[in-house]
Design a protein around this ligand. Sequence first.
Ligand SMILES: Cc1cc2nc3c(=O)[nH]c(=O)nc-3n(C[C@H](O)[C@H](O)[C@H](O)COP(=O)(O)OP(=O)(O)OC[C@H]3O[C@@H](n4cnc5c(N)ncnc54)[C@H](O)[C@@H]3O)c2cc1C
Length: 374
Amino acid sequence: MSHDADVVVIGAGVVGLAAAAALARAGRTVIVLERHDGIARETTSRNSEVIHAGIYYPAGSLKAELCVAGRRELYARCRDRGVSHRRTGKLIVATSEAELGVLEGIQATARQNGVELEHRDAAAVAEIEPHVRALGALLSPETGIVDAHGYALSFQAEAEAHGAVVALQTEALAVERDTAGWRVDARSGAPGAGAEVQQLRAGAVVNAAGLEADRVAERAGLDVDACGYRLHYCKGDYFSLAPSSPVRLDHLVYPVPAQAGLGIHATLDLGGRIRFGPDTEYVTAVGYEIDASKAAGFAQAVARYLPGVSPSDLSPDYAGIRPKLAGPGGGFADFVVSEESDRGLPGLVNCIGIESPGLTAATAIADRVVSLLA
Ligand SMILES: Cc1cc2nc3c(=O)[nH]c(=O)nc-3n(C[C@H](O)[C@H](O)[C@H](O)COP(=O)(O)OP(=O)(O)OC[C@H]3O[C@@H](n4cnc5c(N)ncnc54)[C@H](O)[C@@H]3O)c2cc1C
């Protein structure tokens, strides 16, 4: 039976689009299915837009390896393709003696990942960031910020230039393996406008469905609980700092990491505006509303290292949801980027649990997908 494409990619976030571009570049015919009427409408456009250096992840983990490789490729790609970005650098600040000890552990982990961090004492921190109060800090020169939507668009453009088709408003329903390969039922059309279901045939399927990736894997025939693929949603809210605030920053500023996230940190957007977040709140459904009364808690968390910020300076900005493999109180969980021949489903590549640093790691995840399907 002839195939409509060598590979169907489910999801046009940064991971699906990067995979599509890499596969198309390698000569594969590719169809990307995206249920929304535009690309990158979910987690890819709801994050800190930070180019992570690869500091915190255990040595040998996929997160460490793919973040470091992806970050290098990201800077080169942004330069070559004119995607807005800036190598701001980042300070991880200690505000107590105990946290100074934690910095040493962070520096050791980073070094194992091939990432060099530079120590700064309190006076040096005050010199480079006069508004920040810290007993000491680690400076990460390789950390930066990127226009995440522009970055995702660069992959769409490259994929399409190599013949890939990105089908918007097209949702993957059934995903089934049979002797001829894969069949994906794709429903297209605007909601309520007489949807049409088409059966696509492909040699392989890449599941890059973000928050839905566990459900797509389940539809493809996997017992996701037995595989450890069940996702937990962990919401993160952001508050922006009023432009009238006298606080100014040149670097991203992070506290020492907290459970389930990196702590409420200060990031900059490409326009130089400061925002704080994300916090961590496990939720059971997707929803992006922000409780404005959280401003006081945000200001309190931030005041440890930026004493000049008060609740009245903060306004709810936006929220994102992490597709986490670790539930509340759970420890480190790595990315899953896995070809499922061993589970009887050859040609299915699952990308599951692609939380941070998935934006930074996207090209490296894509390279791995290509090699898994080689
Ligand atoms: C709060 C927060 C902060 C973060 N900060 C950073 C950061 O600073 N730096 C960093 O590197 N990473 C960060 N990340 C992680 C990063 O945003 C993600 O790893 C990355 O965006 C994941 O991209 P994706 O393509 O896997 O998922 P998504 O962007 O969610 O894309 C998945 C797509 O699949 C589509 N889809 C789902 N089901 C179907 C279906 N059945 N049919 C068709 N389409 C479907 C969805 O509509 C969606 O468009 C952060 C994440 C969060 C939540």
